[in-house]
Write a protein that binds this ligand. Structure first.
Ligand SMILES: *Cc1c(COP(=O)(O)O)cnc(C)c1O
Length: 422
């Protein structure tokens, strides 16, 4: 049963309520390993569904375009102050609707159409909004892209520096969506300083690890930090932009009125709740456990013959090339989903296959760590993955069904926030 319960929705719109309840059960019964996903707390769920959704608040605290902000102003200010103190930044904007609009605000703040922006190439692990061709950021600006080293699977800062010197980008993005290794923020900062670029650290994936002290912080190195709030940070779907005082006004103007209208106040409230949770000692332990689980899973997968990009992981994320297993990423991801193990197919660096049918899978340990799984469970997870992939090659649906049952049995012992067994 969904928690908080949804009796009114069930009475008024049973068709939708049935789908929501089924999704809660699905999230409970599956080993959720999509690297960008998590389970938020019930307090975050409650804040997300409050009457704050009824209110329009264009502008910022003390400077709004509508009346009735007596309580919205302190709510948004609470979120901002918590972000500032958690990450140790001078300024935070908590209004971006999500990670992609947050990054777009950075373009609006610092670039003119046609200006050069440097980011990691999408198939190497970067994000669409770091200048990929199908994105507005790649169409309206002049993107130049760095890769990872073919042998090490890691970013080669000498190559980044050479490219930056040659192309003189105005903005450099570091961070990505499929980067299993620590981002060298001081290294990127040195390059950005040399070429006079604004350094943007996009910490969408690793924000929770940074908050919990399990990944180095970009603060003091990056001029601007963008992040989603719903990945390892374990908040509602949303985003934040954090900056030095010098860039505060440019970023605020870019978010509103540059790109957005009214902020989503219910989301702002839920972000405030998540930031309070992320400032606890318990969250620090959680962040370290995510990394310990990923390391244990990477070791167990390697033992089972999986090829990991860069040979392992420093964070929550694992990128595996399945070529050696004789299966492509997509059929593997689909079979794993049927086996109760949810992850996504993904390109690997220098992939010889097509983006919609690539060689790899990407997985992460943030959500399963929220459920309470630890290192001791990771050999079993790797064994299931190995068995399911092998079964897929033989069309052995009986084995895949059996694994789904075993996954469900294991997870029955690990409560899910947002769900209670009926
Ligand atoms: C997830 C992600 C984003 C975009 O977030 P959305 O909320 O999906 O728009 C941006 N940058 C990086 C590095 C991400 O991982």
């Amino acid at each position: 049963m969904h928690v908080p319960p949804i009796p009114h929705l069930t009475a008024e719109d049973p068709e939708l309520a049935t789908l929501v309840e089924a999704e809660a059960t699905r999230q409970h019964d599956k080993l959720r390993m999509i690297a960008s996903e998590n389970y938020v707390s019930e307090a975050v769920l409650e804040a997300s569904s409050t009457v704050l959704t009824n209110k329009y608040s264009e502008g910022y605290a003390g400077k709004r375009y509508y009346e009735g902000q007596q309580l919205i102003d302190p709510i948004e200010t609470l979120a901002i102050e918590r972000a500032k103190s958690l990450f140790g930044v001078e300024h935070a904007n908590v209004q971006p609707y999500s990670g992609s609009p947050a990054n777009l605000a950075v373009y609006l703040a610092f670039l003119q159409p046609g200006d050069t922006v440097m980011g990691m190439s999408l198939p190497m692990g970067g994000h669409l909004t770091h200048g990929w061709s199908v994105s507005a950021t790649g169409k309206w600006f002049n993107p130049v892209r760095y890769a990872v080293n073919r042998e090490s699977g890691r970013i080669d800062l000498d190559e980044v520096r050479d490219l930056a010197r040659a192309e003189r980008p105005k903005v450099i993005f570091c961070g990505g969506t499929a980067v299993p290794r620590t981002i060298d923020f001081p290294g990127f900062a040195e390059i950005a300083r040399e070429v006079g670029a604004v350094l943007v650290a996009d910490i969408a994936h690793i924000a929770g690890l940074i908050a919990g002290g399990a990944h180095p912080s970009p603060v003091g190195h990056a001029d601007v930090i963008t992040t989603t709030t719903h990945k390892t940070l374990r908040g509602p779907r949303g985003a934040m932009i954090m900056t030095t005082a010098a860039h505060a006004s440019a970023i605020d103007k870019a978010v509103f009125p540059g790109l957005q209208g009214g902020p989503h106040n219910h989301t702002t409230a839920a972000i405030a709740v998540a930031l309070r949770e992320a400032s606890t000692e318990e969250f620090g332990r959680y962040a370290h456990q995510i990394v310990a689980n990923a390391a244990a899973l990477a070791a167990a997968m390697t033992e089972r013959g999986f090829t990991l990009i860069s040979g392992g992981t420093d964070n929550h994320l694992i990128l595996a090339d399945l070529t050696g297993k004789g299966i492509a990423g997509k059929p593997a991801a689909q079979a794993l989903d049927r086996a109760g193990i949810e992850l996504n197919y993904n390109t690997v660096p220098y992939d010889v296959r097509k983006p919609f049918d690539p060689s790899g899978i990407r997985l992460g340990t943030a959500a399963l760590t929220t459920r309470g799984l630890t290192e001791q469970h990771m050999p079993q997870v790797a064994a299931w993955m190995d068995e399911a992939v092998t079964a897929a090659l033989k069309d052995d649906e009986a084995t895949i069904d059996r694994i789904a049952g075993e996954v469900q049995d294991l997870l029955a012992g690990f409560p899910m926030p947002g769900y209670r067994a009926a």
